[in-house]
Design a protein around this ligand. Structure first.
Ligand SMILES: [Zn+2]
Length: 185
């Protein structure tokens, strides 16, 4: 019974990822390439890298201050602690699947993969918030004009992704989202 449910959910995952991928190609007009196909495959899509930029964004005072913002707000440590907590929960989850529910290691890993999908999205939003905070920090130090210039460069350097796609796959908000957020007030 649980086995049937597992394979239904995995099938659903593939269908939803196909829909997400087609929507992405249509809205951004950027080709997905081989990575787009690999992203459809459960487990594989947990490790497929996501290309982020067309060219490296120019080094600027804003980028420097942004990084300084991460440091002074202890973002790296907070991120690591969150990852460690996720890891501990994942180990506990696997152990429970193996011992309490008597599943095979293969099935347990697939269940973990499924359970991690929404958790990963929440983690991404948490990371996004850190990026917004670091941007706000940098703008406070350098002023609006410098921030505007840097954001324009970031938008130009980045491969465009939609918000939904970015929530599923990226630890960074898109440059467009950062720009909108930073100059919202
Ligand atoms: Zn950052």
């Amino acid at each position: 019974m649980e086995q049937v449910l597992l394979y239904i959910l995995l099938g659903l995952e593939v269908v939803l990822r196909v829909v997400l991928e087609v929507r992405e190609r249509r809205l951004t007009q950027v080709r997905g390439g081989v990575f787009a196909v690999l992203r459809l495959v459960p487990l594989l899509n947990d490790i497929v890298p996501l290309p982020e930029s067309r060219k490296a964004p120019a080094a600027s005072a804003f980028v420097e201050k942004h990084e300084e913002g991460h440091k002074s707000l202890h973002h790296g440590i907070l991120r690591s602690v969150t990852k460690i907590i996720f890891l501990i929960v994942a180990v506990w989850f696997l152990a429970a699947m193996l011992s309490r529910f008597g599943l095979t290691i293969y099935e347990s890993v697939l269940w973990l993969h499924l359970a991690a999908i929404p958790l990963r999205m929440i983690f991404h939003l948490y990371c996004w918030n850190q990026e917004y905070e670091a941007d706000a920090y940098a703008m406070k130090q350098l002023g609006k004009a410098k921030a505007k210039e840097a954001m324009r460069d970031l938008v130009a350097s980045e491969i465009p992704y939609t918000k939904l796609f970015a929530v599923v796959y990226r630890e960074h908000p898109t440059a467009t989202l950062r720009q909108r957020r930073l100059f919202a007030k």
